[in-house]
Design a protein around this ligand. Structure first.
Ligand code: FE2
Length: 348
């Protein structure tokens, strides 16, 4: 073997050493994975499109398991360490806290976006908001004027008897709203509020938020409590009947003189044993990028969590408002009491 051959072999050997040193470390293996598994409660067309955009951009396939938040939490618990899930994505702060409390999530660390304000994240960094939504009063413009409206509390007044269309108490949106009222007042006051709403209902709770607006458009009920984006979806629907229903209501932000309007967050966390953690982080970064935040704003009509991104024109037209800045952990803390109150007052 001549000197050149020996040198060549040494070079090859040193390259091999470098390769094996940087070789199959844990993060190296994760980088090689070309998929990510998400358990999501979200039921919006915008998500499907955003996931497709992610796969197109990165080549990483997203496997989606869609179910109610409680079902997904149960599934994560049952699967334990063997769960294939990388991400848990849901639409209610209370559910995010439940997942965190059960030890199903890990700290986001590197995946926390600096563009998401602190009040839209878990205080310990286990999840962060992707979007947020306000739970507002929608009123029939034919029969109600905004000067008749003020607070959530006021809707329990007997003058609204037979005029409230609202969805069931099984909705996390209503549970978190009631939790925010418990937090701002006390259990007794919150209970008499809930009883007052039940007494004022135009019909037994049924359907989702959009159905309340459609009911009002057809003359059933005059006021409702709904999430903002449902009105955005109606106003921008391809179905003219839905547009008409959306146009029949005005949006009123309650409690502006006091604690502010109740907002809830749609947030995401990485599961405790995420097998594709690198990809999970990439997907979170993608969802919070200005491009995708703007896409969400203009397709799901939620408020973007990224403070650099503006809401859709439809949504911005409702104006700025004061938010109830209670800690989302309080929403979770009062959830059981809220559910108990709903049962006691017969809110179906
Ligand atoms: Fe929803």
């Amino acid at each position: 073997m001549n000197r050149y051959k020996i040198n060549f072999l040494l070079i090859v050997l040193s390259i091999l050493t470098v390769v094996s040193c940087s070789g199959p470390s844990k993060s190296g293996e994760e980088t090689k994975s070309m998929e990510v598994n998400i358990y999501t409660q979200r039921h919006y067309d915008a998500d499907k499109k955003a996931f497709e955009m992610f796969t197109e951009k990165t080549g990483i396939k997203i496997n989606v398991v869609k179910a109610g938040a409680d079902e997904l939490i149960n599934k994560l618990e049952l699967e334990g360490d063997a769960s294939p899930a990388d991400l848990f994505f849901t639409v209610d702060a209370g559910k995010l806290y439940r997942a965190k409390e059960k030890g199903l999530l890990q700290k986001l660390d590197g995946a926390l976006s600096a563009d998401v304000p602190e009040n839209l994240r878990d205080e310990d960094g286990f999840w962060q908001g992707v979007t947020y939504r306000a739970r507002v009063i929608a009123y029939s413009k034919d029969v109600v004027t905004p000067d008749q409206l003020s607070t959530y509390e006021d809707l329990a007044d007997p003058r609204w008897n037979g005029k409230i269309a609202i969805r069931s108490s099984s909705s996390a949106y209503n549970q978190s709203l009631l939790a925010s009222i418990i937090n701002a007042t006390d259990e007794e006051t919150a209970k008499s509020w809930a009883a007052g709403i039940v007494a004022n209902m135009a019909r037994e709770p049924q359907g989702g938020d959009r159905d309340q607006i459609k009911a009002m458009a057809s003359g059933v009920g005059e006021v409702s409590i709904v999430n903002t984006y449902y009105v955005g979806l109606l106003l921008n629907s391809s179905n003219p009947e839905e547009v008409k229903a959306g146009e029949s209501v005005g949006i009123f932000f309650p409690n502006q003189e006091g604690r502010g309007t109740h907002v809830n967050v749609s947030g995401i966390g990485i599961t405790k044993n995420a097998p594709n953690k690198e990809n999970a982080i990439k997907l979170i970064e993608f969802l919070l990028s200005e491009e995708v935040q703007s896409f969400f704003a203009n397709n799901s009509y939620e408020y973007p969590a990224n403070s650099k991104v503006a809401p859709a024109e439809t949504v911005a037209a409702w104006g700025d408002f004061k938010k109830d800045n209670l800690l989302f952990s309080k929403v979770a803390e009062h959830n059981n009491t809220a559910v108990k109150i709903f049962d006691e007052v017969g809110w179906k």
